[in-house]
Design a protein around this ligand. Sequence first.
Ligand SMILES: [Mn+2]
Length: 351
Amino acid sequence: MLIFANYFGCIMQRKQFFEAFDAVIQTPKRFVVVSHVNPDGDAIGSSLAFAQFLKKMGHQAEVMVSNDFPEFLAWMPGACNVHIYDKAPEACDELLKSAEVLAILDFNHVSRSGLVQNTIKELNINKILIDHHRDTDFDQFLCALSDTNVSSTSELVAELILHYGERYLDESIATNLLVGIITDTGSFAHSVYHPEIFSICAKLVDKSVSYNQIHRLIYDTFSEDRLRLLGYSISNKMEVLDEYATAIIFLSKEELAKFNYQVGDTEGVVNFPLSMKKIRMSVLVTERQGVIRFSFRSKGSFSVHELANKYFNGGGHTNAAGGTLTCSLEAALEKLHQVLPEYKDLLNQMD
Ligand SMILES: [Mn+2]
């Protein structure tokens, strides 16, 4: 019954969103679509697809992110047109100031827009939100579709486009949306909350470049350094804490440099420890410029969002979250070890 109640709630929310969105797009407008800092496949995929859809509907639409996306996403249709704020701040500010509607995709805390946030805060502009994270700190939207029970923002954008009809899907849009869904679900290994995702994906696969090709373009793209960094991380830098059903991988900036680290090279490393039956939570701790970055993954109902939010200035989803601390790598690991006892019972309840 609970599932039915939730699902019914979602339908209501969608109906209102579709109506409000439909009102927004009645007259041609200049949209800027912004996604989160350190953009991933879903950030870029959902934003590009949404902008491409808006253009089909007769609007102007540009995609903007704070910093560059990993090389393995560079092939995505339209990726070369994404505005990267830290490469051209003045031009990006100009674009933002001339926009009529700001579309916020795949994040909902203004700070997650990175460098774009300063301009966003100053702008008095109409906003729309499409996102699958919890708790927004933006104030007003023309319309907002926020649902934590879907795999990805790309899934929500697919739903929106399909609401207008399959004729609005084309190869670029379908391919971009599949990249977002595949990457946010780890190739459908997690974050699959309802069967409709497969009906949506069937329609996307029908219109996209081949599914096998998309998968290969996303995953079979490692440099030798990246694969060796993965091997080193698991074999030399993984601490397994049986007591807490937890594994921690930690990498200093010297170690990253030794493997000629490129943006995205640690992507997915955090997932490997979960392949051990006994592990319920996996944490990747990496030292970046002046900051320690945490990436959390879990199995079942254990919420890494809760832990990341309470202790590591972050959050995300039940099974995937991130966080940051401004301290040394040693201090960051100490903090992590300190908070584990609080979660000992939950971590040992495998469901
Ligand atoms: Mn996402």
